[in-house]
Design a protein around this ligand. Structure first.
Ligand code: AKB
Length: 313
């Protein structure tokens, strides 16, 4: 990666990935784009352009003008929003992806886009979910993610585009809030712990999902993009996870620091149904074997860092 175009750069992953990539590859070499323009370091600390990813021509022009050799395509609607607005999700998630892949093909760029644990469905094995397994998701987001994985494989096999991807679990971070996801509770719970010492979870007790702390997710993107292609048996996309947790596990980790922290439940049937259709715990062994994936943060270490950073914020 030398000259990188990012879409969705003001989102939860994008805002932190832009800063990290600028520190590794140089500010001028990371062209951040987003449909919005806000008063953010992403806009002020390096090249930034407004871009609606459904505008194929503008995406191509920005990439060509800046001589980019890598595209990191993040702009997408997450699972809960996609379930409320399925047609919009199809148009944005698939339309944006095909525009980004076409730009990568025409300009001979390396390409990354995230998939998700949402690519799995209720007939997928729930525990130690293998890298290669049944994928019959029952959500629009899942349909988009499986289609995206297949499309990215197609661009590699048919056109030789160096496509790579990760099946991200819920990502936990303190800089930018996620929006419209099923796993968002695992971020909100920390904000509410600091503000009110209490949280009402829309995900039910005993509902396990995979999660990862943002620093591990950012490092995984860089490590995968820098990985020797001859070692990659898989490309789109690798299972990666750092922990499998339920709301009560996060509450117990918070109580180590705030013993009176209270958790109760007001379950949202839509997001609960999505969560129940996803695996409990995926197996990341292909990512470990093929390009050395590792996560530094477990629940206890992540919780200590989240609470410290949010208190300071
Ligand atoms: C969501 O909940 O939609 C995302 C995801 C797991 O892809 N965080």
């Amino acid at each position: 990666m030398k000259k990188i175009l990012l879409t969705g750069a003001l989102g939860q992953i994008g805002s932190e990935l832009t800063a990290k990539l600028r520190s590794v590859y140089g500010s001028d070499n990371v062209i951040a784009t987003d449909i919005r323009e806000t008063d953010s370091h992403v806009v002020h600390n390096g090249p930034f352009e407004k871009l609606d990813v459904t505008d194929a021509e503008k995406m191509f022009d920005i990439a060509k003008k800046n001589n980019v050799d890598t595209i990191i395509h993040l702009a997408a609607l997450l699972s809960a929003t996609a379930e409320k607005k399925p047609l919009l999700a199809w148009n944005l998630n698939m339309g944006g992806l095909v525009n980004a892949l076409e730009t990568a093909r025409e300009l001979d760029c390396q390409f990354f886009t995230p998939s998700s644990i949402g690519a799995f469905g209720p007939t997928t094995p729930k525990d130690k979910t293998p890298q290669d397994t049944i994928m019959r998701p029952t959500t629009m987001y899942g349909v988009n993610k499986v289609s995206g994985e297949l499309l990215s494989d197609y661009y590699f096999q048919k056109f030789g585009v160096d496509t790579r991807g990760l099946r991200f679990p819920g990502l936990i971070s303190y800089e930018t809030l996620p929006g419209g996801g099923t796993t968002d509770y695992a971020v909100e719970i920390y904000y509410e712990a600091i503000k009110n010492n209490a949280y009402t979870s829309y995900i039910g007790e005993g509902t396990y999902m995979d999660m990862m702390y943002m620093p591990d997710a950012l490092q995984a993107i860089i490590d995968l993009m820098e990985a020797d292609p001859s070692k990659l048996e898989h490309r789109n996309s690798f299972n990666v996870s750092a922990m499998s947790i339920a709301p009560e596990d996060v509450a117990a980790a918070i109580r180590v620091h705030q013993p009176d922290f209270k958790l109760d439940y007001d379950v949202d049937p839509v997001r609960q149904a999505i969560a129940e259709s996803w695996p409990d715990a995926i197996d990341s062994s292909a990512a470990k074997a093929e390009w050395g994936f590792k996560a530094d943060y477990d629940l206890a270490k992540m919780t200590a860092d989240m609470l410290e950073k949010l208190k300071a914020k």
